[in-house]
Design a protein around this ligand. Structure first.
Ligand SMILES: C[S@@+](CC[C@H](N)C(=O)[O-])C[C@H]1O[C@@H](n2cnc3c(N)ncnc32)[C@H](O)[C@@H]1O
Length: 370
C-alpha cells in the first residue's frame, strides 16, 4: 500500500493511503494546544503526566505528546482495528506506551473498577463526546484535566435541535452567533455531568477553531466551588437583543412562533469564563519552538478576549438588518468602551464582538456615521 509522509510539530508520520486512516490538518491546532497545555500542567505539578488517550486514531496526537510533552506513561486506545494497526506501528516502540484496542466505554469502566486515575484524559471522537463524558468522572484525578472535543456542528449550531436535546440535554441556536452558544452548551453539559458525580470543573482553555469545539477543564472534588449562577440560558429577544439569564428562571411559553414576539432560548449552557488566563500565559511561555507560531498567536487572541462575557453579536447580522455597512470590530469595541461598557473581539469570529452593552447602545454605532 502507498505510504504518505507528513510532518507536524516535531513528529513525522507515515500513513498508508486508506479510507480509514488519514491526516487531518484542520485538527493540528488542537494537537499543538494539547502539547502546550501538557507542558504547562507538568510545570505546575513539577512532574511528568500520566495520560489516557481514549480515541487515538492513527496516533498522530500520541506521537506528538510523546515527542513534545512531558509524559510519564500514556494509555493509548482506539476501537477501530485499521487505525489501531497504524497506531501500533507509530508508537509501540516507546516504553511509556500501553496500547488498547477496544471501545472507550469498556476501557473506562475497567479502569474505574481498577481505581486507575489519570492527570490528563483526552477524548477526541468523531461527532459528539456526550456518550463518553459520564464515564470520565471515574478515571480523572482530582485537579486532573479533561481535554474534550466535539465536531457535531449541525447539532451544536442549531440545525439539528432535536439531536442537541438528545446529546446535550440542551437547545442550541441557529444563526451567526451559534459557535459561541455551541461552545457554552458543550462546557455546560460536561459541567452538569461532573456535578452529578459530585465534582465540578473549571474551564482552562475553550475554543471553536472553525472546525471543532474543544474545552480543557480542570476537575475538582465536590460541588462547593461551583457557582450555580454560571449555568443558565441565553435568550434572544424579539428585537434581536441577547440576554444571559441564570438557571432557574422560567422560560415564557410560546404557543406559536411569531418573529416579532417570540423569545428564543438557547441552553442550558455555561455562562462563566472560557479560559484561565494564567494557564493560557503558561502555555504561551511553553511555546518555544518556531512551529508553534500559529498556536502562540491563537493563544494571544484567546488571552485578549473578555471570555467571561457570554453575549456575542455578529456585526454583519445587525448591519444587514439596518441595510448599512459593517463597521470594523476594532471601531465597535472602541465605541462601546467609550460608552462605559465592556467589549472585546471574539476568538472564533473576526466580525463579531463580545459585550455587556444592550442592543440599543450597540445600534448607536450606526447612528454616528453615514
Ligand atoms: C477524530 S479521530 C481521532 C484523531 C486523533 N485523536 C488525532 O488527533 O490524530 C476519532 C477516533 O475515534 C475512534 N473511535 C470512535 N468511537 C470509539 C469508541 N467508542 N471507542 C474507541 N475509539 C473510538 C475512531 O476509530 C477514530 O479513530
Amino acid at each position: 500500500m502507498a505510504v504518505q509522509v507528513y510532518r507536524e510539530g516535531a513528529a513525522e508520520f507515515h500513513l498508508p493511503q486508506s479510507a480509514h486512516v488519514f491526516y487531518n490538518p484542520r485538527a493540528r491546532l488542537g494537537r499543538d494546544l494539547g502539547v502546550l497545555a501538557m507542558r504547562a500542567e507538568a510545570e505546575r505539578l513539577e512532574r511528568p503526566l500520566e495520560v489516557l488517550e481514549l480515541m487515538a486514531g492513527a496516533g498522530l496526537r500520541t506521537k506528538r505528546y510523546l515527542l513534545e510533552a512531558p509524559v510519564q506513561h500514556i494509555v493509548v486506545n482506539d476501537a477501530n482495528y485499521t487505525s489501531f494497526e497504524v497506531l501500533r506501528a507509530h508508537v509501540s516502540d516507546d516504553p511509556r506506551v500501553e496500547l488498547h484496542n477496544e471501545l472507550a466505554q469498556r476501557l473506562l469502566c475497567r479502569f474505574y473498577l481498577e481505581d486507575r486515575r489519570f492527570d490528563w484524559v483526552d477524548l477526541d471522537p468523531f461527532g459528539t463526546p456526550a456518550p463518553y463524558v459520564p464515564y470520565l468522572t471515574g478515571v480523572v484525578r482530582w485537579e486532573g484535566l479533561l481535554y474534550i472535543t466535539a465536531t457535531d456542528a449541525p447539532v451544536l449550531c442549531g440545525a439539528q435541535r432535536g439531536e442537541a436535546l438528545k446529546s446535550y440535554d440542551a437547545v442550541s441556536a441557529y444563526g451567526r452567533e451559534c459557535h459561541e452558544v455551541g461552545l457554552r452548551i458543550l462546557i455546560g453539559f460536561v459541567q452538569r455531568r461532573l456535578i452529578q458525580a459530585n465534582m465540578h470543573g473549571q474551564p482552562l482553555l475553550s475554543f471553536f477553531d472553525g472546525y471543532c469545539w474543544r474545552t480543557l477543564m480542570r476537575v475538582f472534588k465536590g460541588t462547593r466551588g461551583f457557582n450555580v449562577e454560571q449555568m443558565g440560558f441565553i435568550a434572544q429577544m424579539p428585537e434581536g437583543e441577547y440576554r444571559a439569564t441564570m438557571a432557574g428562571v422560567p422560560a415564557p411559553v410560546n404557543h406559536e412562533y411569531h418573529p416579532s414576539t417570540t423569545v428564543r432560548w438557547a441552553g442550558p449552557l455555561w455562562l462563566g469564563p472560557l479560559h484561565d488566563h494564567a494557564f493560557l500565559s503558561a502555555m504561551s511561555r511553553a511555546a518555544r519552538e518556531d512551529y508553534f507560531d500559529t498556536a502562540r498567536k491563537f493563544l494571544s487572541k484567546l488571552n485578549r478576549e473578555l471570555d467571561e462575557l457570554p453575549i456575542v453579536y455578529s456585526l454583519p447580522v445587525i448591519a444587514d438588518r439596518l441595510n448599512r455597512s459593517v463597521p470594523s470590530t476594532r471601531e465597535a469595541v472602541r465605541f462601546l468602551r467609550a460608552q462605559g461598557y465592556r467589549a472585546s473581539h471574539v476568538h472564533h469570529c473576526g466580525s463579531a464582538i463580545r459585550t455587556d452593552a444592550p442592543l440599543k447602545v450597540i445600534l448607536r454605532l450606526w447612528e454616528r456615521s453615514p
